[in-house]
Design a protein around this ligand. Sequence first.
Ligand code: FAD
Length: 291
Amino acid sequence: MKISEILKQDKLLLSFEVFPPKTDTAFESVKEATQEIAKLNPSFVSVTYGAGGGTSRYTLDIAKNISDTYGVPTLAHLTCVSSTKVTVKERIEDMKKAGIKNVMALRGDLTPELMNSDRKEWDYNYALQLVQELKESDGDFCIGGACYPEVHQESINQKEDIMHLKEKVDAGCDFLTTQMFFDNNLLYNFLYKIREAGITVPVIPGIMPITNAKQVERAINLSGSFMPQRFKALVDKFGDNPDAMKQAGIAYATDQIIDLYANGIKNVHVYSMNKPDIAQKIQSNLSDIIG
Ligand code: FAD
């Protein structure tokens, strides 16, 4: 089922994100974890893609296993940075063969190595070009794009970032999923600004449950996310106690999701990171809310 159709439903929904194994040996354990997440029957499961392309096969294997075995719709991520047109066309063909209906079209992060290479040589510099490629294919894909309530780290300012986001959406994105954020007001301000800029597609907020202190630094480095005082206090108090930190992190994420639902958001995406216990706890915290 296409995610654009799922998002039209008049009910509150929860989706989860998983990542594929990086090696053959990890495949079975990752498959098992993602199956446990699929059994929670979320609105869809998204499966990430290694920027270097190393996990491309596994992205499709995991996505196909979830949809074929559990009937849960999947969203396969695909990145394009530094890829050739030939490789991207091959990946698109692979997706068609695997019966993928939903694709998250991403640029991919620039590693320091990529930063120093000659970008003029690349076939793809921005996700926009991948969206165009997917649209031109005969895959009839539902296409998602990434967006950044706190501005993408390479953007000069939010105005530019939103201008480029509009170009990407106009090229054919059916919906957007946000980078993680820890203060919902940032999301509400962002939504106001993109709607004002004429971006009308559904936006799915992405929530990352921070369940150990180490994750905090990683999250800030990855996304440049603002950490509200309320969140910092929680890490200060419980960071040294893994069980308490996990419980507090799940409660914080749950609280964010309830506030999003209360303010009119219908589908929230949880960065569940192959952790079925965390996905399950968040879902059960919301059981009477999502029904
Ligand atoms: P783009 O939309 O291309 O934007 C990148 C930057 O370029 C922005 O600053 C934008 O403003 C600017 N820009 C865009 N178009 C132009 C233009 N024409 N001229 C000048 N500037 C322009 N990474 C992975 O490797 N694998 C994944 O599976 C993955 N999943 C993700 C899922 C979500 C929901 C999110 C939010 C991110 C994900 N990422 C993933 C990370 C993502 O690849 C990085 O954040 C990357 O740096 C940007 O990707 P993008 O698709 O947003 O790029």
